[in-house]
Design a protein around this ligand. Structure first.
Ligand code: GN1
Ligand code: MG
Length: 370
């Protein structure tokens, strides 16, 4: 179906004047749509949910309905008494003219429309320590927002998401396939990454072990809090919203902190080709943690604090492993614009993981002082 016909099924005032691809997401297809009438304009986000990743897109939409309902009520109640110098926001689902949360097209694809957070932007890399601090505050505030949600109101959006042992098993399975072994055999760099993985199998399950022993417990988490999912107010420079709510579900808060840190503290970003530029910036890290703890420090347990370093080391490793497995499997999961892109993404994450390992002592010192 033509996109313009599709979006006109949603209840949006005005006439459609622009519909263009938007953002840098690796999974869903995202468009910006602008509607105008004689005195104002409305900007919304149109998205096709990636069905090969989210195999139950209707469940994703039910989750989003429940999450936004819960958080909007809380945001509105807080706004009445809040003396904070900012307004926290969250996108809202725009319904169809028939009152549904989404449209299913003739191919069975699920399309949704959500509000755009206006006068705010997300960046692909951290711009400054102040920006990192605001990212921390936004994630911490998000954890506060979802902290009292009923986990049973959420259906697991991606079973096994952020279970590193599962990704190792998937990687091993991929390597059983002859074409994957050929791809691996053809590149020195790929062989180097394979060795890197082998040396870290034991460490890769440390958080899973802590969870199994009861030291760490799941709470509601975001699942994908990378820097370009955190909206910053254009006028004040303050964090205002977390977007991309598809993976919000019960999970370890460490995973969120680790994932945000791996994307914020590497100023070169996820697509850097020159590995020499990939580093772990301790100033950005300190700023991020300060912002996070200001909003979420009060409900973080000692055990959670004790495992933060492991999470910070694990998340770039896990993402590197996911990119590398996808490269060997023929780029089936993450969108690529050129061949070898997933291999390079894996190189970046593993280099970042190395940089973190080299700075273990000072990272632990920073954490201990917070
Ligand atoms: C994917 O869709 P996007 O780009 O926000 C991925 C994350 C990765 C991220 C890396 C559901 O997120 O887990 O960290 O790419 N999301 C899913 O850029 O797999
Ligand atoms: Mg996402």
């Amino acid at each position: 179906m033509e996109l313009a016909l599709l979006i006109n099924q949603f209840n949006i005032k005005g006439r459609l004047v622009t519909l263009v691809p938007f953002g840098n997401g690796n999974i869903n297809d995202t468009f910006l749509a602008v509607f105008r009438n004689t005195f104002t304009e409305t900007q919304v986000i149109l998205q096709r949910v990636n069905r090969s990743v989210f195999t139950q897109p209707e469940a994703i939409m039910r989750n989003m309905h429940n999450i936004t309902l819960h958080c909007h009520e809380k945001l509105e109640a807080d706004a009445k008494t809040d003396r904070d110098d900012r307004v926290w926001q969250m996108p809202r689902i725009i319904r169809t003219k028939d009152g549904a949360d989404f449209v299913t097209d003739e191919n069975g694809d699920v399309w949704r429309v959500i509000t755009r957070i206006l006068s705010a932007h997300a960046f692909d890399t951290a711009q400054s320590p102040e920006h990192a601090l605001e990212c921390g505050a936004a994630l911490g505030h998000f954890h506060y927002l979802v902290s009292d949600m009923d986990p049973d109101s959420i259906q697991d959006p991606l079973p096994g998401f952020h279970v590193t042992s599962g990704y190792l098993a998937q990687y091993d399975e991929t390597l059983m396939c002859a074409t994957a072994r050929e791809i691996l055999g053809a590149s020195m760099e790929a062989k180097r990454l394979a060795k890197y993985i082998e040396e870290r199998r034991e460490f890769a399950v440390s958080l899973e072990k802590a969870e199994a022993s009861g030291e760490l417990c799941k709470r509601m988490f975001h699942g994908d809090p990378k820097v370009n999912n955190i909206m910053i107010d254009d006028f004040t420079g303050k964090g205002t919203a977390m977007i991309d709510l598809d993976t919000v579900s019960p999970g370890l808060m460490h995973v969120d902190v680790g994932d945000a840190v791996r994307s914020i503290c590497n100023p070169a970003g996820e697509e850097e080709l020159n590995l020499g530029k990939v580093t772990f910036d301790e100033n950005l890290f300190l700023a991020f943690m300060k912002g996070y703890l200001k909003e979420a420090g009060s409900f973080m347990t000692d055990a959670e604090r004790a495992y933060l370093y492991d999470a910070i080391r694990l998340l770039p490793f896990e993402l590197g492993l996911r990119f590398f497995q996808d490269y060997l499997a023929g780029d089936k999961y993450f969108k690529v614009r050129q061949p070898g892109q997933n291999l390079n993404r894996a190189r970046v994450q593993f280099r970042l993981c190395e940089a973190i390992e080299a700075r273990e002592r000072s990272i632990r010192e920073i954490l201990a002082k917070l």
